[in-house]
Design a binder for this molecule. Structure first.
Ligand code: GAF
Length: 415
């Protein structure tokens, strides 16, 4: 049963009532532009056909009552529950969606049923799909009148309340994607542009066999990189004598010509405490940014992290041009360079992801790379149509996990 029909059926069987709204939100895969979004630099993701559906009806109880086809533990949370404190990971997203809507729910609760065909903890954004679908369903059921931009912004805020300092790519592509196209997203200043995909290309995603959880050590490693790249941006802004309002991001300094040259002058390693003092960032601000466990004396490779982010942003520009020119070989090379940079400079690959990327490339992919935050999860490959079965077979043989074709699909919608 497809997720929308399954969520509606689960709602009826659990609550003995009709849902007021059913919304469906796709997962996403990022073609290129990894760990650039929270630095204010562009990304090039697309929504996929696999999705999460949420059926909702308002209730008078001031409670969130949730059931999921995939997760056995039902939710029964007071409206004001702290998302980060929910022991059951999927409950966090229910609490976080209610928290960002706050008084808009007028103190009323909701009954919620969820069904998904997205693999959880895959790096295909199952958590953002849940959050966007839930917010869209609540919007319709409570008549909130949110537009797409508000939906994406609330969903990003909810993800941060749930614990990861993410940049907003996932929620934006899930809210705005168009079938048949990638979505180039810029953050400074905000802009979006669909980039249609040539007909003869196919995309394959494959699991590395290791989960990419949004919590625990992976969340801390992600947040550490957010902190380290903020420090690099502040140090570069200082070297360039640039006056930047608010927290400097690498996106601000990337716009200054000399920035890429100065990256080599950043300290190779620095404790967050030392670098923050030099960059004029209060330590408490970093601790807040890091959200999870944070050791201010850990040695962070700020130069290598900044080198990845700035080079990756350039690769996004080149990849857009390659897609528009129908140049599959050029796109493949950019993907290979992105993976190498994520492995060597950003240090978020794993041996299983490296082996998977190698296997898909050997099997005829023009290019392959890890996709999403890394530290496990999935890789994406692009190939000429006709080679996708060979790439899928090689990926499954290398990593033993699911591997399948994905097609650029439409964003979130009411069912
Ligand atoms: C995760 C985050 F949610 C995104 O915002 C993005 O930073 C990505 O990791 C890395 O590119 O998916």
């Amino acid at each position: 049963m497809d997720p929308a029909a399954a969520a509606a059926a689960l709602f009826r069987s659990t609550f003995a009532a009709e849902p007021a709204a059913v919304a469906i939100a796709p997962g996403r895969v990022n073609l290129i532009g990894e760990h650039t979004d929270y630095n204010g630099l562009p990304v090039l993701p697309f929504a996929i056909g696999q999705s999460t559906a949420v059926a909702v009806a308002p209730s008078g109880a001031g409670l969130l009552e949730g059931v999921s086809r995939e997760f056995p533990e039902p939710a029964r949370l007071p409206l004001g529950a702290d998302p980060a404190a929910c022991p059951e990971p999927w409950h966090r997203y229910l609490a976080a969606a209610a928290a960002v809507l706050g008084p808009r729910l007028s103190g009323r609760g909701a009954r919620i049923a969820v069904a998904s065909d997205l693999p959880p903890a895959s790096g295909l954004s199952s958590s953002s799909a849940l959050t966007v679908a839930l917010l869209l369903a609540l919007d319709a059921a409570f008549g909130l009148g949110l537009d797409r931009a508000a939906l994406a912004a609330f969903a990003a805020q909810a993800e941060r309340l749930a614990g990861a300092e993410t940049g907003g790519m996932d929620q934006q592509v899930i809210a705005f994607a168009e079938a048949g196209a990638l979505l180039r997203i810029d953050f400074l200043p905000p802009a979006m542009r669909p980039v249609p995909v040539p007909a003869g290309w196919a995309f394959v995603v494959a699991s590395s066999g290791q989960p990419a959880p949004k919590g625990g050590a992976a969340r801390d490693a992600y947040n550490e990189r957010v902190v380290a790249t903020r420090i690099a941006a502040a140090l570069l802004a200082d070297m360039l004598g640039a006056e930047i309002e608010g927290t400097p991001l690498l996106g601000h300094v990337a716009a200054i010509d000399a920035a890429p040259v100065l990256v080599d002058e950043l300290p190779a390693r620095s404790s967050a405490r030392k670098a923050a003092a030099a960059a004029g960032i209060p330590l408490e601000r970093l601790v807040t940014l890091a959200a999870g466990a944070f050791d201010p004396d850990a040695q962070l490779p700020v130069r290598a992290y900044a080198r990845h982010v700035l080079a990756e942003a350039e690769r996004v520009d080149l990849a857009c041009a390659a897609v528009e020119a129908g140049d599959l070989a050029a796109l493949g090379e950019l993907m290979a360079a992105s993976h190498a940079s994520l492995r060597d400079d950003y240090r978020c690959s794993t041996p299983a992801l490296d082996a998977l990327v190698k296997a898909m490339t050997r099997a005829g992919a023009a290019g392959a790379r890890l996709t999403g935050a890394g530290f496990g999860g999935f890789a994406i490959a692009v190939c000429e149509r006709g080679r996708e079965q060979a790439v899928i077979g090689a990926a499954a043989a290398a990593a033993g996990g699911p591997a399948f074709e994905v097609a650029p699909s439409a964003g979130a919608r009411l069912a």
